[in-house]
Design a binder for this molecule. Structure first.
Ligand code: SF4
Ligand code: SF4
Length: 205
């Protein structure tokens, strides 16, 4: 039976959550890149701590679009936007949220994503695949330190398959398990830096 759009987006959200946790545990972007005037991405902006969030990448650019007809793409985009806005609003409603920052960036900048604030990204859930999956070379190298191989392009294809309704919950679970395993490895290595290098974890699909 064909998956509904909400079922596909639920799978996307589960994969996104586990990948976010891995990057959060790694804390590379936040500690090593965001505080710098120039990001590791190598772009020429000098607008302060924005990492690679220098354009409105929150727009949903559906990967593997050829597998999805235009009508379904439009439906996915509309639903995705709704869910994204719901989560953005939830974050803005939190007591310590820097609403002012969000508004300032929204209206005054042409070189930052309008969802970027001094707290980082204002979208907690349903970031676009571009935002969820992007890794610059230094970030990939950092993952390699933990013997984690992350292939962004294959991963994006997999997300395309999710949007196309071709990924079953069990298959997604398999990927999530590997991502969670990688998160745990990073955590363990931080508490015990001398532990032996373990077998490679491959995160792609
Ligand atoms: S992905 Fe790379 S360029 Fe982007 S914030 Fe992280 S370290 Fe910086
Ligand atoms: S949506 Fe968030 S992660 Fe994506 S570019 Fe904007 S601020 Fe960065």
């Amino acid at each position: 039976m064909q998956q509904t759009i909400d079922q596909r987006l639920k799978i996307y959200s589960r994969v996104e959550t586990s990948l976010n946790q891995m990057f959060k545990e790694l804390s590379f972007c936040k500690d090593k890149c965001m505080p710098q005037e120039r990001s590791f991405m190598g772009n020429s902006h000098k607008n302060g701590p924005i990492g690679c969030c220098h354009d409105n990448y929150y727009h949903l650019n559906i990967p593997s679009y050829k597998k999805i007809n235009q009508e379904t793409q439009d439906d996915i985009r509309a639903r995705f936007r709704e869910l994204q806005e719901e989560n953005l609003i939830t974050k803005l409603m939190k007591p310590n949220s820097s609403v002012k920052d969000y508004l300032r960036y929204s209206y005054s900048s042409s070189t930052k994503c309008s969802c970027h604030s001094s707290e980082g990204c204002m979208i907690e859930k349903f970031k676009s695949p571009t935002c969820v999956s992007y890794t610059c070379v230094p970030l990939e190298r950092e993952l390699e330190q933990y013997n984690i191989n992350y292939d962004q392009l294959i991963f994006l294809d997999f997300i395309g398959d999710i949007f196309a309704g071709e990924v079953r919950s069990k298959q997604a679970q398999n990927l999530i398990q590997r991502i969670n395993q990688a998160t745990q490895r990073i955590k363990d290595s931080k508490t015990n830096p001398n532990q032996e290098i373990q077998e490679q974890i491959v995160i792609d699909n």
